[in-house]
Design a protein around this ligand. Structure first.
Ligand SMILES: Nc1ncnc2c1ncn2[C@@H]1O[C@H](COP(=O)(O)OP(=O)(O)OP(=O)(O)O)[C@@H](O)[C@H]1O
Length: 251
C-alpha cells in the first residue's frame, strides 16, 4: 500500500470539516477525489500531504505514520499542488520550478546538474519550456497552473496530490495534463469537478459529501444516477461509446 488514511477527522474551532475519512491507494494508481463545493476535498489533500494535522486518525506512507516523519523526508516523497497556488512575484518560470528541488538540496547548496535536468524535464512535461525565462508575473492563469505542476514534478515525488489541476486550463491542456498524470505511474490523488474526466482517467473514485466518504470504488460502480442525484443534485443519463467507455449526459 502506498498511502492510506484511517479514520481522519479534522475541524476548525467548532466546525467539523472531515468526519472519519479512510482511504487506501495502491501504488501507481490514480484516485479521483470528487464532491460538491465545500465537501472537504482540499482539506483532505492538506491532511494527506502533512500540511495539517488531523484531530483524529492517521495518514501512513508504506505503513509509516507521516506525523513521525521529518518535513524534508516527507517533501522528498509527496508533492501537493494546491488550488490557486501562489509564488513570489519577481521570479522566472525556471526559478519557480527550481523551488521543487529544495527538499533534494543541501542547505545553501547551489543547483546541481541533476537539479537542472529535473527542472528541464518537468518544464517539458507540461509543455512550458519556451517560457523558462519569462516572468511568473506575466503568465496567464493556465500557464501558472502548468508551472506549479512542473514545480511538483521537479520534486520527483512518489505520491502526487493535485487539487483541481485542470482549473484554468483550456481543453487541450486539461486532457494533456490528465494523460500526463496517467503516464507518470505515480500514486496520485486528484480532486476533480469534471466527472467524465474522473471516469476516464482515474482507477478509483472517492466521493465526499459534507466531509464524509459516501462512495469509494471503480468509476463505473461509483458514478450511478442515484449518487449523482443524492450528492450532486443533478439528473443524468449514460451514453455508452463504441469503445466501451461510458459518458455522463447531464439533463
Ligand atoms: N482553515 C479553515 N477555516 C475555516 N473553515 C475552513 C477552513 N478550511 C476549510 N474550511 C471549510 O471547510 C469546508 C470544506 O472546504 P474545502 O476547501 O476542503 O472543500 P472543497 O471540497 O475542496 O471545496 P471546493 O470544491 O469548493 O474547492 C468549507 O465549508 C470551508 O469553508
Amino acid at each position: 500500500m502506498s498511502i492510506a488514511a484511517t479514520n481522519l477527522s479534522w475541524g476548525v474551532g467548532r466546525k467539523a470539516i472531515l468526519h472519519d475519512v479512510s482511504l487506501r491507494v495502491q501504488p501507481g494508481t490514480i484516485l479521483g477525489l470528487l464532491g460538491p463545493n465545500g465537501s472537504g476535498k482540499s482539506s483532505l489533500l492538506r491532511l494527506l500531504a502533512g500540511l495539517r494535522r488531523p484531530d483524529r486518525g492517521q495518514v501512513t506512507l508504506d505503513g509509516q505514520d507521516i506525523a513521525g516523519m521529518r518535513r524534508r523526508d516527507l517533501a522528498r516523497r509527496v508533492a501537493l499542488v494546491q488550488q490557486h497556488a501562489q509564488t513570489e512575484m519577481n521570479v522566472t518560470v525556471q526559478e519557480v520550478v527550481m523551488l521543487g528541488r529544495t527538499p533534494h538540496r543541501a542547505p545553501l547548496a547551489g543547483c546541481s546538474t541533476a537539479d537542472m535536468i529535473a527542472v528541464e524535464r518537468a518544464l517539458e512535461q507540461v509543455d512550458m519550456t519556451a517560457f523558462r525565462h519569462e516572468s511568473w508575473q506575466g503568465l496567464s492563469g493556465g500557464e501558472r497552473q502548468r508551472v506549479q505542476i512542473a514545480r511538483a514534478l521537479a520534486q520527483q515525488p512518489r505520491e502526487l496530490f493535485l487539487d483541481e489541476p485542470t482549473n484554468h486550463l483550456d481543453i487541450q491542456h486539461q486532457l494533456d495534463l490528465l494523460r500526463l498524470v496517467s503516464r507518470l505511474g505515480l500514486t496520485s490523488i486528484v480532486a476533480l469537478h469534471d466527472l467524465n474526466h474522473a471516469a476516464m482517467f482515474c482507477d478509483r473514485l472517492l466521493v465526499l459529501d459534507q466531509g464524509r466518504v459516501v462512495a469509494d470504488g471503480p468509476p463505473a460502480e461509483v458514478l450511478t444516477q442515484d449518487l449523482l442525484a443524492d450528492v450532486f443534485r443533478v439528473t443524468c443519463d449514460f451514453h455508452h461509446a463504441r469503445d466501451g467507455r461510458r459518458h455522463i449526459l447531464f439533463q
